[in-house]
Design a protein around this ligand. Structure first.
Ligand code: FES
Ligand SMILES: [Fe+2]
Length: 359
């Protein structure tokens, strides 16, 4: 084959098979108030889980979803104090995953232990710690408190859940993918910067926005992943002359290696010069606009392929940088190189056009 013929060969997409391992870190499961004394079935990290709020402690507990006695679904059981009683033969499982009562036996088998997961509540959200090595949470990775949530000056979270037919890494690419913000999210990007620091990855964007800012007005967004699953964004835009400040939540939780759930949340600063009624209608309208602007991604993710060798051009954002950062959550703790664990890097993507000029 001549050199000229070789040059015309089509690019070959690589889609490596994905190992069944789920990221280490706090995963957000939506609003904490959705978890009550009525057990909930969760399908995450490749297994069934049972979640329930203990009646004594008021804490949410998450344990394996299947009873090892004869396989019944524990999430169909009943809460007894801080334990969950299986619906089949009434073995009772504690929040630590240890069986603490069998109504018809003198001895509880020593092996009667199932997996249990640490949980925490922060910013009105429930988090579950997942670690393939079974180690306790890392203190520095506790999600940061959002003071605005507790201030009384903001709306509560409005949360929508979507199931996406793709591997959850595809979502994280977004952080560095400058070029999709115009076509997909109606942003007119003017500056785009990423900062990688240890377990966090931040995107700072300024420009305009066709939906979330009035014409000719500025739109700014600061989005930070704290660990592999939990991203919050503070966006400043405008609507009919009012400045609109929003916190957006985008949390991914793997169902398996080919599907994940997204919890998309919006919380909005109230305009205290408006009546309660006008505030409510403004919050509802802008929340819907924020959701509409975000869900354009969903259709792309549901129909794309995972590419391990993306064909990049010089105007693209640092996709490889965000993927490298994300790899740390799939490694054993002792294997994470210093360069990832203590990384402190900034990357600025040069913007070569305005979307209006490129159309
Ligand atoms: S299957 Fe759960 S108690 Fe028998
Ligand atoms: Fe996006």
């Amino acid at each position: 084959m001549s050199a000229a013929e070789q040059l015309q060969q089509p690019y070959i997409i690589q889609t490596d098979s994905v190992k069944e391992r789920y990221a280490r870190g706090w995963h957000c499961l939506g609003k904490a108030s959705d978890f009550t004394n009525k057990p909930k079935t969760l399908q995450y990290f490749g297994k069934k889980l049972a979640a329930f709020r203990g009646k004594d402690s008021g804490q949410v507990h998450i344990i394996d979803g299947y009873c090892p006695h004869m396989g019944a679904d524990l999430s169909r059981g009943t809460v007894d104090g801080d334990s969950l009683t299986c619906p089949f033969h009434s073995w009772r499982w504690g929040s630590d995953g240890v069986c603490n009562h069998i109504p018809y036996a003198d001895h509880i088998p020593k092996k009667a232990i199932i997996s249990s997961f640490k949980t925490m509540e922060m910013n009105g959200l429930l988090f579950v710690w997942h670690d393939p090595e079974g180690l306790p949470p890392i203190a520095e990775q506790t999600p940061r408190r959002i003071d605005d949530y507790y201030s009384g000056e903001w709306s509560d979270w409005h949360i929508a859940k979507f199931t996406i037919n793709s591997n959850c890494r595809e979502l994280v690419d977004n952080m560095a993918d400058m070029a999709h913000f115009g076509p997909v999210h109606y942003s007119n990007v003017e500056t785009f910067k990423n900062i990688q620091q240890g377990h966090t990855f931040t995107q700072l964007m300024t420009g305009g926005h066709d939906i979330l800012a009035d014409e000719g007005e500025k739109f700014t967004s600061v989005a930070t992943y704290e660990g592999p699953s939990y991203m919050t964004t503070t966006m400043t835009g405008s609507m009919e002359g009012h400045e609109m400040v929003t916190h957006l939540l985008v949390a991914n939780v793997p169902i398996n290696t080919e599907q994940f759930d997204i919890y998309l949340g919006v919380m909005l600063k109230k305009d205290l010069t408006l009546s309660a009624e006008d505030n409510q209608s403004m919050v509802e309208q802008y929340t819907q606009m924020s959701v509409d602007s975000f869900v354009q991604d969903v259709d792309i993710w549901n129909n794309k392929v995972r590419i391990d060798n993306p064909l990049m051009c010089d105007g693209d954002g640092p996709i490889r940088m965000v993927r490298k950062w994300y790899e740390q959550f799939y490694m054993d703790r002792d294997d994470i190189p210093e360069s990832l664990a203590n990384a402190d890097k900034t990357h600025e993507t040069k913007i070569k056009f305005k979307r209006s000029e490129a159309a």
